[in-house]
Design a binder for this molecule. Structure first.
Ligand SMILES: [Fe+2]
Length: 426
């Protein structure tokens, strides 16, 4: 019997309040995040235990004037202990022993209904059920212990280690309680058992925090993996598309891929994040997509272009921007296509914008585009010597190119001692 004064009773009340708080918090988080929190069931189970402990204390007769231990509430709380706890253990063990728990659940439920019917029909007092309830609780405890031991042997216990430690402490404290009972002629304050249950509740909460953190981490990892896969797929699709653009011109095979790679390298050295580097890579791949709208005969013409033909060529940035504007999920995609022929001095096309008004990505692609054009074969010339390429970029810095990106391109060229960057990129 727990006295209504002293530590055991105070701890029982603390346990009751704690289980209610844990339950409310768990239900609140579950509803808010639409997730299932296992500890809801553990909290209900421990709340049942604390209600039963209160019912066997001297508190209730003090308040109600009757010995609540003889009351139906104590009986009900005790009978209901196995249900939420079995659900909780089944959940944390991922249903490995589901059948066993279903059997115990049905036996507990049958026992509960059987004695309730007998009691409420005045056939038998529920007090006669005490021995059966104890047996059922012992069966629940032994079954759960057996599965825990099996999981320890197979290493599966690590998925619910904190709860297992809590349960072990509960068992140890309960054994201490039994020893105290034996030495105290069947009279005990139940303090040891209460401490055991409190430890279990604390460990259940720690387990839930651990599981939720792990789950969040694993979800983030899955999401990141999915994002990387999708980005990779997008790059492959865009690379294929870029290949078809380059195929229109026999002299520009691989041009878009190289411009994309050079642009990415410049962006990387300028301090772009990995995600921004990938974005400019895709922009580089698509910078000449507007050439789809220019007749092949004009693109592949070996002789001098007429004014009309040159006007057609000059339309490709706007055609490209219009095509890419359809991809509303990536509104920046069109930046490179539309303005890679603008010049820093404002002498370029299609809009003649200048300086920093030209989007940064387009200024980067402009340098990369010019470098690839100079280092590739054209219908009218062979690749230019490296010294001449350096001179052209240096001369164009501040007029054709943004000086910052021209400088980075020159730095890349200076590292290309064997003048084989183009081959390496391919
Ligand atoms: Fe172009």
């Amino acid at each position: 019997m727990i006295s209504r004064y002293g530590l055991p009773f105070a701890l029982t009340i603390v346990l009751f309040v704690a289980s209610i708080l844990v339950l409310l918090v768990a239900v609140f988080i579950s509803v808010l995040n639409k997730i299932n929190m296992d500890m809801v069931y553990a909290a209900i189970g421990i709340m049942n235990v604390s209600c039963w402990l209160i019912s066997v204390s001297q508190f209730t007769p003090f308040v109600t004037g009757i010995y609540f231990v003889d009351g139906i509430m104590g009986f009900l709380f005790c009978m209901m202990i196995p249900f939420p706890l079995l659900i909780y253990v089944d959940l944390i063990q991922k249903g490995r022993y589901h059948r066993l728990y279903v059997v115990i659940f049905i036996i507990s439920l049958t026992n509960f209904l059987f004695w309730s019917v007998l009691h409420f029909n005045g056939i038998f007092s529920f007090q006669k059920a005490v021995g059966y309830i104890d047996t059922i609780l012992a069966a629940v405890s032994l079954s759960v212990s057996a599965t825990f031991i099996y999981d320890i042997r197979t290493g599966q216990v690590k998925t619910y280690l904190y709860t297992a430690v809590g349960y072990l402490s509960f068992v140890v404290f309960s054994l201490i309680e039994i020893i105290i009972l034996l030495f105290n002629q069947n009279d005990s304050s139940l303090i040891s058992m209460i401490i055991g249950i409190m430890t279990l509740l604390i460990m259940v909460v720690i387990q839930q925090i651990h599981d939720t953190t792990q789950e969040k981490h694993s979800l983030e990892q899955k999401l990141n993996k999915k994002n990387v896969e999708q980005k990779q797929m997008l790059i492959h699709i865009v690379q294929t598309l870029a290949g078809t653009i380059d195929a229109k011109d026999k002299y520009t095979k691989g041009h878009s891929g190289r411009v994309a790679a050079y642009s990415k390298e410049i962006a990387k050295r300028f301090g772009y994040s990995e995600s921004e580097q990938n974005d400019i890579y895709i922009m580089g791949l698509l910078h000449d997509i507007g050439k789809i709208g220019v007749p092949d005969a004009v693109i592949n013409k070996t002789g001098k272009l007429t004014d009309e033909e040159y006007a057609m060529i000059k339309k490709h940035p706007v055609i490209g921007a219009n095509i890419l504007a359809n991809i509303t999920e990536m509104p920046d995609l069109a930046l490179g296509a539309k303005w890679h022929h603008e010049k820093y001095s404002g002498q370029g096309y299609p809009d003649g914008i200048k300086g920093d008004v030209i989007p940064e990505q387009a200024r980067i692609i402009a340098v990369a585009d010019a470098y690839d054009a100079m280092t590739s074969c054209r219908s009218y010339r062979k690749p230019m010597p490296q010294e001449l390429v350096i001179k052209e970029i240096r001369d164009g810095s501040g007029t054709h190119f943004d000086p910052r990106f021209a400088e980075i391109m020159l730095e890349i060229i200076s590292e290309d001692k064997d003048y084989d960057l183009k081959e390496k990129i391919e």
